[in-house]
Design a binder for this molecule. Structure first.
Ligand SMILES: [Zn+2]
Length: 529
C-alpha cells in the first residue's frame, strides 16, 4: 500500500486501490441473465394469503396483479371456507401463478451486505458475483444496501444498472461508498473541507449513501453535515480506534443515519469510566484481541434498565437513529463450532470462502486461533445485553433493521440474513416485527419507502411466494430448509417455504437458483482440489 500514490486515486475507488496495493482484485462482475422469466406486461398471483410487511396480520385470499415491474392490483377474491368468488377475479395475465394455500410477503431488504470482499482473494480464486446474487435471490433478498462498495463505486453502479435493466440476476443495489479517513486503512481525507468535497463528488457519481468506519471528529462532523445537505444517507461501523473520541451517540447527534454492528454503543453507555479498558497486551491489529475485547465492551457498560441505559436509548430515539445490528457474523463468537458446522457449508460454501474463514493471521475476521470457553461466555453475556438494547429500542419506537454482513465468520450470503431474522426473534421481536425489520423498516432506512418494502399498489413488484407461513418458523427460509419428520416414513426430511422470488417483476424459481449455486460451489472444490 505504501507504493500507492493517493493523489491519483479516483474518488469512490479508494477501497479498490487499497486492495490492489495488496495484490487483491475485485470480483468478476455478473454479465448475463441466466435465470428467471419476465418481466411481463401482466402477471397474476392467484388466491394468496397476504402478509404485507406493514405489521398487519395475514389476510386473503387475494389476487395480486403485476404489470411490468410494478404491483398494479391487490384484489380480495373470497372468504376463507367459502372458496374463491370467480366474479371478483382480475383478468388473466400473460403468466398466472396459482397461490392458493400459499403466503406472499414483500421481498427482503438486506440492510448491510457486501458483494463479496476482496479479502477472500488472499485464499484463492474468488467466486463470481453471480454466486452471491443467486444466493441472495434464493433467500428472498430483492434489495441490498451495499455497505462499503469494496469492489469500488463504479463497479457497483454498473452492476446496479444491469440489475435494474434486468440484464443480470441480481437484487436492486443501493451503493453506500467507503469514506476514506481512517488511519488503519487507506486514507485520502485529512481536512474537513476535503471531506465535504469528497461527499459532493460521490453524490454526483451516483452513490446512494456513505459508509464510515469513523474519522477524526471534525472531519466526521463536517462529512455528516455535508451528507445531509446533499441528501445522502449514512451508516457507520464505529471502529474501536475512533470510538474513544466519538461514540455512536455523538455521531447520531451529528446526523448519522444508522449505526452498524455493536461498536460505539457500549462506549455511549459508560458510567464509571470514559474509555474501554483493554488487556495490557491488546493490539487492535491482532484480530483475536480485537474481537475478544469487543466481547467485553457491553460488560463494562451501564446495566440494562439503569438510568443511563434509558437516557441513552431516549437520546438515540430523539434524533431518529437506526441500528443495523448484524448479529449473525458475531454469532460464531458465542459458539464457534455451531457456526463452523452449519448445515449449508457442505453444499453451498465455496472453497475460497471456506479457506478464508479458517484461523489465520492477517485475514479480517479469521481470528479463531485461540478462541476459548471464556471468550464464548463473555460473548454470550454480551449478546444478552446487546439483544436487550435492540429490543428496548424497538419497544420505545426506534427502528432496527436486519442486515447480514455475510462473508465473514462462517456466515454465507442469504443464509446469514435468515440467521439474522432468527436472532432478532431471540432478542424479543415477534415474528411480525422481525418481518417488518427486513421489509418496511428497511425501506424507510434507505429512504426507498415510496419504491418497495411493502405489498401495495404502485410499489415495485418485489414479492416472495412461500408454500407455508414463514413467520411460523424463519428456519423454513434457509436454502437447506428446516429439519422435520416425515410421519409417513418416520424419517427426517427438510421443509423449505420459499418457492418463488419475484424481483421487479422478474420471476425466479428458488430451486433453480439453489441448484446453480450448488454447482458453482462444487466446481470451486474440484477446481482447486
Ligand atoms: Zn460490513
Amino acid at each position: 500500500m505504501t507504493k500507492t500514490n493517493i493523489d491519483s486515486i479516483d474518488i469512490g475507488e479508494e477501497m479498490v486501490a487499497g486492495f490492489a496495493g495488496k495484490g487483491l482484485k475485485q470480483l468478476t462482475p455478473a454479465t448475463q441473465r441466466k435465470h428467471g422469466v419476465g418481466p411481463f406486461s401482466r402477471i397474476v398471483l392467484r388466491g394468496a394469503i397476504v402478509i404485507d410487511g406493514t405489521g398487519a396480520p395475514p389476510w386473503g385470499p387475494a389476487d395480486i396483479v403485476i404489470e411490468n415491474d410494478q404491483i398494479s392490483g391487490i384484489v380480495p377474491v373470497g372468504v376463507p371456507g367459502l372458496g374463491i368468488d370467480e366474479h371478483r377475479r382480475p383478468a388473466a395475465g400473460v403468466l398466472d401463478i396459482p397461490c392458493e394455500g400459499k403466503y406472499v410477503t414483500p421481498g427482503f431488504i438486506d440492510s448491510h451486505a457486501h458483494i463479496g470482499t476482496p479479502f477472500h482473494a488472499e485464499n484463492g480464486t474468488m467466486m463470481p458475483a453471480d454466486y452471491i446474487y443467486e444466493l441472495w435471490l434464493a433467500h428472498g433478498i430483492t434489495s441490498v444496501r451495499e455497505a462499503g462498495c469494496m469492489n469500488g463505486l463504479r463497479w457497483t453502479l454498473q452492476q446496479n444498472e444491469a440489475a435494474r435493466e434486468g440484464r443480470i440476476d441480481a437484487p436492486t443495489l443501493y451503493p453506500y461508498v467507503y469514506f476514506p479517513a481512517v488511519n488503519d486503512y487507506l486514507k485520502t481525507i485529512y481536512q474537513p473541507e476535503q471531506g465535504r468535497d469528497w461527499i459532493q463528488a460521490v453524490k454526483e457519481k451516483g452513490a446512494a449513501g456513505i459508509k464510515f468506519f469513523g474519522a477524526p471528529p471534525a472531519i466526521m462532523e463536517a462529512a455528516l453535515d455535508e451528507s445531509q445537505q446533499v441528501g445522502l444517507r449514512t451508516c457507520c461501523h464505529h471502529a474501536q480506534l475512533t470510538a474513544g473520541r466519538m461514540n455512536a451517540l455523538t455521531t447520531a447527534r451529528w446526523g448519522l443515519t444508522s449505526t452498524e454492528h455493536l461498536y460505539g454503543i457500549p462506549e455511549a453507555l459508560l458510567s464509571d469510566r470514559t474509555l474501554m479498558i483493554v488487556d495490557d497486551d491488546y493490539n487492535y491489529n491482532d484480530e483475536y484481541m480485537r474481537f475478544a475485547g469487543t466481547g467485553q465492551s457491553f460488560l463494562q457498560a451501564a446495566k440494562p434498565g439503569s438510568h443511563l441505559w434509558e437516557e441513552v436509548l431516549d437520546a438515540f430515539l430523539d434524533v431518529g437513529h437506526t441500528f443495523v445490528p448484524t448479529m449473525n457474523p458475531y454469532d460464531a463468537n458465542r459458539d464457534v463450532m455451531r457456526a463452523r458446522r452449519a448445515d449449508w457449508h457442505d453444499r453451498f460454501t465455496d472453497q475460497t470462502t471456506w479457506n478464508y474463514f479458517q484461523p489465520q493471521r492477517g485475514g479480517h475476521g479469521a481470528y479463531f486461533y485461540r478462541w476459548s470457553v471464556k471468550n464464548e461466555i463473555e460473548w454470550k453475556e454480551s449478546f444478552r445485553i446487546w439483544m436487550q438494547f435492540i429490543n428496548d429500542y424497538k419497544n420505545k419506537g426506534g427502528r432496527i433493521c436486519a442486515g447480514s454482513d455475510a462473508g465473514f465468520m462462517f456466515q454465507i450470503y442469504g443464509f446469514g440474513l435468515v440467521r439474522e431474522l432468527e436472532l432478532l426473534q431471540e432478542a424479543g421481536f415477534s415474528p411480525a416485527e422481525v418481518l417488518r425489520s427486513v421489509t418496511a423498516d428497511a425501506a424507510a432506512l434507505l429512504g426507498i419507502e415510496h419504491e418497495t418494502g411493502i405489498l401495495e399498489v404502485g410499489k415495485r413488484a418485489d414479492i416472495l411466494i412461500h408454500n407455508e407461513n414463514p413467520l411460523a418458523d424463519f428456519k423454513l427460509l434457509y436454502g437447506t430448509g428446516a429439519l422435520r419428520l416425515d410421519e409417513a416414513t418416520n424419517a427426517p426430511t427438510r421443509a423449505h417455504s420459499l418457492e418463488t422470488t419475484i424481483k421487479a417483476g422478474i420471476v425466479y424459481d428458488v430451486a433453480d437458483l439453489l441448484a446453480d449455486v450448488e454447482l458453482m460451489a462444487a466446481g470451486s472444490w474440484s477446481r482447486q482440489g
